[in-house]
Design a protein around this ligand. Sequence first.
Ligand code: DGT
Ligand code: CA
Ligand code: CA
Ligand code: ZN
Length: 593
Amino acid sequence: MILGILFFEIINAILYYMASTKDIAKLFKEMALSAEFLGENKFRILTYQKVADILQGIEKDIKDINELKEYLEANQIHGIGESSIEKIEEYLKTGRIKKHDGFLQKVPKELLDIMDAPGIGPKTLKTLYDAFGIKNKEDLLKVLDSKEIRTLKGFGEKKIENIKRGLSLFEQAKERMFITDAYVMAMDILDYLKSQKEIINISIAGSLRRMRETIGDIDILVSAKKEDVPKIHEHFKVYKEVEQVIGSGETKTSVLLKNSKQVDLRVVEPHEWGSALQYFTGSKEHNVKIRDIAKEKGYKVSEYGIFDIKTNKRLGGEKEEDIYKIIDMVMPPPEIRENKGEIELALQGIVPDLVEYEDIRGDFHMHTTYSDGKASLRQMVDTCYKLGYKYIVISDHTKSLRVANGLDEKRFREQWKEIEAVQKEYKDMTILRGCEVDILEDGRLDLEDSFLEEFDYVIASIHSHMSPNTDNTKRIIKVCQNKYVNQIGHPTGKSYGFRDGYILNIEEVVKAAKETNTALELNIPRADLSPENIRYAVENGSNISIVTDSHSSTHLSFMKVGVGLARRGWALKNHVLNTKSLKEVKKFVKSKR
Ligand code: DGT
Ligand code: CA
Ligand code: CA
Ligand code: ZN
């Protein structure tokens, strides 16, 4: 019995601790949808919805009802009535809300899960539920293709198409975006928002600012004078790519784009800019640690600023640095804010001098129409020239990669003639003769050594025998030992959203790469190497090269993202081969031959 009570207490304590305002917001949202589905009175639906919106906008976890009340009062947020407060308290104490349980008895849960999808909604689902007894998405899809639905009033072809589209958007929204996709979207949104002259500061935040390989949703932070805030939210809502506004309050607007991806915009006042940027950049793990350290030193850190705990006096928050400076730290770059050692260093006043985009002098990996690229050699050269590079490597595929129209010796010699001709027009940038030579099954290469010798720079890559249970460690080490190979292309074989990669002992590969003076490639479109791989490689003395592996001229600009990925792996300038001068790159190549 006593044990039972103890157990209950522990579970309760855990629930207390884990109660995120977002979890509670979700329950209120579900109650609003359920009430609408059941045709309850409008006032009640609006009440649930309002509470859900308010809770959704609170970016902190609450432990008890008083904490919430204080928060609401301090921020002058109104609209949560007494009966809603009781429900929230019930949740905080028991982990559930009886009213919500009651709704679940009457509304199929699987319908509830899709009720919020664009173009669907509770009323539509209720009509179909009454007419056909649908209980989940599969039922719905079947009904949408049936003859019967077309006899229902209001269900014309257009409406049916809208529902289908809404469902598929909703599905996709659950997947994470690849960083280059998110980056392109975010840059377009920033450009659009910047036309508002009321905006004082603007930045990406969240995982995109930290340059994670995949992004859940895009976070954007803006500062503006209090009276200008509503206008900025309104402007954002009519951005051309917005499909649906999911929620909008005083500080935050969330939307789904036409491609189903979510964007959160937060608008704060200028004096809160720094603390909000620090908070919304994350990661959560980093922030939790920073708050703990601050607390030990007598400060409270939040998205609103940094405060003296005793006097509640606000000490800063206008600049991001304020937060760190006041607790006697230097500010770690966003890309490494993961609580993986950056905080300990920052407490000692050390910021790793990570590689920067401005350090990059060239790109070693790109394709042209000679193999499977979409742009001509000349176009690629011209775009790289405009990026300000000092050198580039044209690295088309070799003959055994037939699907990619790989080149044999004869066609490479033709390409070299064109390189020579184009080179004359681009005097301040050196075009290096390269290839992405195919690694054969036994670790030999697709071109003879005697021919490889004629290239300025050679990448060797695996494009076959790469199932998840194949161990390619030996194969790659053998390739490192070839004196004409300067770089291993996409070493792990991972390709986000396409392929998991093969078995590879990264320690052994890094060792071989270091000993043989072979660079390991950070292949941007595949996000191969991972940040952990990069950190291991650079800390163990192997060079990495950051490459776009471009198959069209627009891909070349992803170098900026690549530098972010490298920074996330703690790469310094001197770890990155394509920050070196042409002379040094040539020395690197020569050192092996
Ligand atoms: P994502 O969107 O899944 O790729 O990852 P993030 O890091 O962008 O996460 P997101 O969008 O949920 O929130 C953005 C930042 O806001 C996050 O990095 C840290 C901060 N944040 C959000 N919710 C919480 C929270 O409940 N607690 C704390 N400490 N920080 C939070
Ligand atoms: Ca995010
Ligand atoms: Ca977010
Ligand atoms: Zn390639």
